[in-house]
Design a protein around this ligand. Structure first.
Ligand SMILES: Nc1ncnc2c1ncn2[C@@H]1O[C@H](COP(=O)(O)OP(=O)(O)OP(=O)(O)O)[C@@H](O)[C@H]1O
Ligand SMILES: [Mg+2]
Length: 540
């Protein structure tokens, strides 16, 4: 579970007040499934936080639909009464920490336990197990994410979304895709209070005057909110894109078949030689993840500036500046106080970055990014588009409005997609890089890599690559030398897989070593390279 930031604790009093002013129904838990509804088949069971919450995933054999049943220990009426009184005492007694602390959850748990020990006798006798439950609920509701806290603990969940009041909360589960849960918000007040709390945790403000908020929750989870019935007639809606604490590295993405080794090695050489790269894909296709994984390959020491609407990128480079856009705090159509992506890209140019990474281009910031590419800066970004043709169409139309003559400044455009494949007799969703294209000229592309859906393999045709030719020319080398370098790097990537080096940090360390002492490091790789290559687990 990620640590909650200090802002989570600083808002403790606000959260406490929100909880205290609520009528008892607020805490009415989702029905704990003592038995699975008849006719449903249990597909999977796992624990989220022993002994407090478990998950049961069931399937309706008739419709094939899955449901995520959260089985969370609930408070009985007596415990609930004590829980409410404890919240009042906590409000009066707990002190916000004066400085940044590493683990706010632990801080809260320890402080709350001391207070509980002090008042335990005066609150009436309860068995130890009841106190554990009360403390679990207090922590969940005050420093955790409230009712959705157990979902935030589930590493299998990618997204959590609530469409309104009295509607089941949906999740995107890594194994079962979009499924309904047994959680829902019974009325507007409960839902609105919970969302206000989340927005406060993100250090932002939401109200009927400002009903749209995009924010970053503690733990870097991306939160999008439409508040009350101002713009969402079914009531407050929110979506959380959960942040993966242990981000996918380029090796992870090779191991699960999203990239091929050759493709990663080719991109590694191109990135080192300042090629600009754009990652395309639909919603939740894995664009940001692919962009972040490519970050592993960037030369250490390069000055990297990232520009995002909400902080999602997670690089291990020391010389990295992260710029995050700020929403306006003016009323109506006013943009007072707003710092848009466009402003950030312009600012970024003055900081002389080696590489500028824009999380997602949508508007005028694309124009400035291409200006930056024209002046020799390196650039990477993602864009919502299905393929290179539609991306170029979007880029050359308003509001991006990039002249067709500038389009080839984006050297490499790769598209990622969520694809459905049948593996071991079961249809599942996977992410694959569908193609890596080089832009030679406006509407003129070559495809050094293409994914073959029948074989679930990436086909390589590097002889078509203009990037390799241009790198060779720039470095005064033969094209064969560049191919040989790509092959060496492929072997380094393969070696990392055999050595089970996969975490983002470890991969970045190896890459740094290769940059520092390529010859010696490669000799080591060759001497340790196992004869048997590691199999890619494309079923993961
Ligand atoms: N190659 C992959 N294999 C498995 N899961 C992946 C892969 N790439 C991304 N994911 C998961 O898919 C979810 C969406 O990924 P990501 O945020 O990168 O998508 P996106 O295309 O940037 O989405 P958006 O359009 O919302 O910005 C995340 O939970 C991420 O962990
Ligand atoms: Mg994204």
């Amino acid at each position: 579970m990620p640590n909650l930031s200090l802002s989570g604790l600083k808002n403790l009093r606000i959260n406490l007040n929100l909880h205290l002013k609520k009528e008892p129904e607020e805490a009415i838990p989702p029905p704990a499934p003592k038995s699975i509804p008849r006719g449903l088949k249990v597909i999977e069971k796992y624990s989220l936080y022993e002994p407090f919450c478990h998950v049961i995933i069931v399937q309706n054999p008739k419709t094939g639909e899955h449901k995520y049943i959260l089985d969370e220990l609930q408070l009985d009426p007596l415990e609930r009464d004590v829980y409410h009184r404890i919240l009042e005492i906590l409000l009066a007694e707990i002190e916000s920490p004066k400085e940044e602390i590493a683990d706010p959850r632990r801080f809260f748990a320890e402080a709350a336990k001391k207070i509980v020990d002090k008042y335990r006798i005066s609150l009436g006798w309860l068995p130890d197990v009841s106190w554990y439950k009360i403390l679990y609920h207090a922590e969940r509701d005050l420093v955790g994410f409230g009712k959705i806290d157990p979902l935030m603990r589930d590493p299998n969940i990618e997204d959590i979304s609530c469409d309104g009041v009295n509607k089941p909360v949906y999740i995107w589960h890594r194994n079962h895709e979009s499924i309904e849960t047994n959680l829902q918000f019974e009325n507007d007040e409960i839902l609105d209070n919970m969302v206000v709390k989340l927005v406060h945790m993100a250090g932002k403000h939401v109200s009927t005057a400002f009903p749209i908020v995009d924010a970053s929750l503690p733990g870097k989870h991306r939160l999008a909110v439409c508040y009350r019935r101002e713009i969402t007639p079914f009531g407050t809606a929110f979506t959380i894109r959960k942040f993966k604490e242990d981000p996918y590295s380029i090796i992870d993405l090779i191991n699960i078949g999203t990239f091929s080794e050759e493709m990663a090695a080719y991109l590694w050489v191109c990135l080192e030689n300042r090629a600009s790269v754009m990652v395309l894909g639909g919603t939740a296709a894995g664009k940001t993840t692919a962009l972040n994984a490519l970050g592993c390959l960037i030369k250490p020491g390069s000055k990297i500036m990232t520009i995002e609407e909400t902080a999602e990128l997670n690089l291990s480079h020391e010389n990295w500046v992260s710029l995050i856009a700020r929403q306006s705090y003016g009323l109506g159509g006013s943009s007072v106080g707003e710092v848009a992506l466009f402003d950030l890209v312009k600012t970024c140019m003055r900081h002389r970055p080696d590489l500028m990474i824009v999380g997602e281009v949508r508007g005028q910031e694309a124009y400035v990014l291409f200006q930056a590419l024209a002046t020799g800066h390196g650039g990477m970004c993602t864009m919502h588009a299905e393929n290179v043709e539609s991306a170029v169409k979007r880029l050359t139309q308003k509001p991006m409005d990039i002249s067709p003559a500038y389009i080839p400044l984006m050297n490499i455009v790769m598209s990622v997609q969520r694809v459905h494949l049948v593996k071991n007799g079961e249809k599942k969703a996977f992410r694959r890089v569908l193609s890596v294209n080089e832009i030679l000229d406006y509407e003129k592309y070559v495809h050094p890599f293409k994914w073959d859906p029948l074989k679930d393999e990436h086909q390589m045709s590097l002889e078509s690559s203009a990037q390799i030719t241009s790198i060779a020319e720039r470095l005064g080398m033969n094209v064969e030398d560049v191919h040989a370098e790509i092959n060496r790097r492929r072997n380094v990537l393969c070696w990392m897989r055999t050595q089970k080096i996969r975490s983002y940090r470890d991969v970045a360390t190896v890459i740094a070593e290769y940059y520092a002492r390529p010859k010696q490091f490669y000799e080591k790789v060759l001497s340790e390279k196992e004869a048997k290559p590691v199999a890619v687990n494309r079923n993961a």
